[in-house]
Ligand binder design. Structure first.
Ligand SMILES: Nc1ncnc2c1ncn2[C@@H]1O[C@H](COP(=O)(O)OP(=O)(O)OP(=O)(O)O)[C@@H](O)[C@H]1O
Ligand SMILES: [Mg+2]
Length: 500
């Protein structure tokens, strides 16, 4: 292909950036060619999102230059970035929820072209053009707030195209998508490539990186440690470049006593329009996986057990005693903990420190007899989890907002581990977490199970389920369709269960 030999469309050269004591970027150079998908890979906190912010003008580099289409900039303002054709699809997509799809796609660019009064028909026509150009199926008149995550993302991509994007940055675009939605996104990416748009794609899913990209750059601790055509990488070498060591991904489930009485017993759980007849036992030391496509009811089951949206029917026992779970406090009192999947909207106070967030979930456990906070014990708890989960931050007093995405996810986990519940339910515990740390988090789950907890992992990451679960339930349309046990727990069996 001819663009392979042409000059890069975008080149960030020798970019450095420091935040207080953290050297987030250290002499980073990145070259992106028109029509290429360039994957940016690396462990949590290595500087991927920070590098993107330099290109979009959201942050200013301490040193280095940014060349776009032949013009060199020492820094980008957001307006310059936009003019140069740089578009970032943020995780929240920055859309106007109460406007329609068509308005979100075409309003800003039309106004920018000095048409003060935009006729609705013209706007709709422009939006329809862009949607057709990308070959996506979007209802132009729907309000964005009523769309699925995947359709919001497509709307944001269409808007980027309407804004004459030449380079589109996507920071972990597939984390909240189902398999089918990922396929749809990849088709859109292929169309954009044909149009000569360059894309920079951040993902922690190695298979995805290898499939979608033409070029890969791996960062570690703010530096580029490897960069080259995708053909030069495979799963193992990519994992090694990211972590500096070999990443194992084999099945490793700790022993547990299958004859012990269950720590959690669920019988005939049901909730209208969500799930029905859900029954299972969980023994101390057991790790149970629950999988299913998005919309299968898997998350609703977890949320019912945690009292977020309680079940209407059925019976739940913890350690042999029946418990009524009408709200979250019932679940917590019964000894059930829940790590939600969406770190951005659930479970964290972004402006508070790591320490405050970890402790928020277990304050009552740290009150001394007289009702005073046991500060020493508190401090020990926090530093234990800070170290065990290798949370990358200046200190436990750093605000959550300053942490990288994957490190925020670890704080959610720390918060629940600190509470030490009998039953821990985790929804997609390693979403957004890098491959090396993923193994560490799974090791922590193994250890917690070995200590006698019952663990439920809700996940659609099949290798992860195989790696850590004794048993996997496949949920389909709100019902348990398959139960895969012991040696049967393999990728093939789970995929067959999902497809059946
Ligand atoms: N505004 C800020 N203030 C202080 N530190 C920051 C700020 N923004 C980023 N950092 C630090 O810079 C480093 C790089 O963060 P960045 O968000 O770029 O990581 P990342 O590679 O995107 O990680 P992840 O995969 O977890 O999203 C981290 O140590 C982070 O804590
Ligand atoms: Mg990031």
């Amino acid at each position: 292909m001819e663009h392979m030999t042409s000059a890069p469309l975008l080149a960030a050269r020798n970019i450095s950036k420091r935040f207080g004591g953290v050297q987030a970027l250290d002499d980073v150079t990145l070259e992106v060619r028109a029509g290429d998908v360039h994957c940016l890979a690396g462990e949590n906190g290595c500087g991927k999102s920070t590098l993107i912010k330099m290109m979009s003008g959201a942050e200013t580099p301490d040193a280095g230059t940014i060349d776009i289409a032949g013009t060199t900039h020492d820094r980008m303002s957001p307006a310059e970035a936009l003019r140069a054709g740089v578009q970032v699809i943020y995780q929240d997509f920055s859309l106007f929820p109460n406007l329609t799809v068509a308005e979100n796609i075409a309003l800003a660019p039309l106004i920018a072209h000095k048409r003060k009064l935009v006729k609705p028909a013209a706007l709709r026509r422009r939006a329809a053009e862009v949607v057709a150009e990308l070959g996506v199926d979007l209802d132009l008149d729907a309000r964005v707030e009523d769309l699925t995550v995947a359709d919001r993302q497509l709307t944001a991509i269409c808007r980027a195209l309407a804004e004459q994007a030449r380079v589109i940055f996507m920071d972990e675009p597939t984390t909240a998508l189902t398999q089918r939605e990922v396929r749809a996104l990849f088709r859109v990416v292929a169309t954009l490539r044909e149009r000569g748009v360059a894309m920079v794609f951040v993902s922690h899913k190695l298979d995805e990186v290898l499939e979608i990209s033409q070029h890969v750059t791996v960062m570690r601790n703010g530096r580029v440690v490897a960069s080259g055509p995708v053909e030069e990488f495979d799963r193992a070498s990519l994992g090694r470049a990211m972590t500096g060591r070999d990443v194992r991904d084999t099945r490793d489930v700790p022993e547990f006593d299958a004859s012990a009485s269950p720590v959690l017993r669920v019988e005939g759980l049901g909730l209208d329009d969500a799930f029905e007849d859900v029954s299972f036992d969980l023994r101390p030391g057991e790790v149970l996986g629950i999988t299913g496509l998005l919309g299968s009811g898997r998350t609703e089951i977890a949320e019912a057990l945690f009292g977020v949206v309680p079940a209407q029917r059925g019976r739940v026992e913890v350690d042999g005693a029946q418990v009524r779970i009408r709200d979250v406090s019932d679940a917590v009192a019964a000894g059930i903990g829940y790590v939600p999947s969406d770190r951005l909207t659930q479970g964290l106070f972004l402006d508070q420190s790591i320490a405050d967030n970890v402790v928020a979930g277990s304050l009552d456990l740290h009150r001394a007899r007289l009702g005073l906070l046991d500060r020493a014990r508190l401090r020990t708890t926090i530093s234990t989890f800070f170290a065990a989960l290798r949370i990358k931050a200046a200190s436990v007093d750093a605000p959550i907002r300053s942490l990288s995405g994957g490190n925020q996810q670890r704080v959610v986990l720390a918060k629940w581990l600190a509470r030490d519940p009998r039953v821990l339910i985790l929804n997609s515990p390693t979403v957004g977490v890098d491959v090396g740390s993923k193994e560490e988090i799974l090791d922590i789950l193994r250890r917690e199970a070995a200590r006698g907890k019952g663990i439920v992992v809700i996940s659609d990451d099949v290798p992860e389920l195989v790696s850590v679960c004794h048993r996997v339930l496949v949920v389909h349309q709100g019902r348990i369709r398959a139960a895969i046990d012991g040696a049967q727990v393999t990728e093939q069996e789970i995929l067959a269960g999902l497809a059946a």
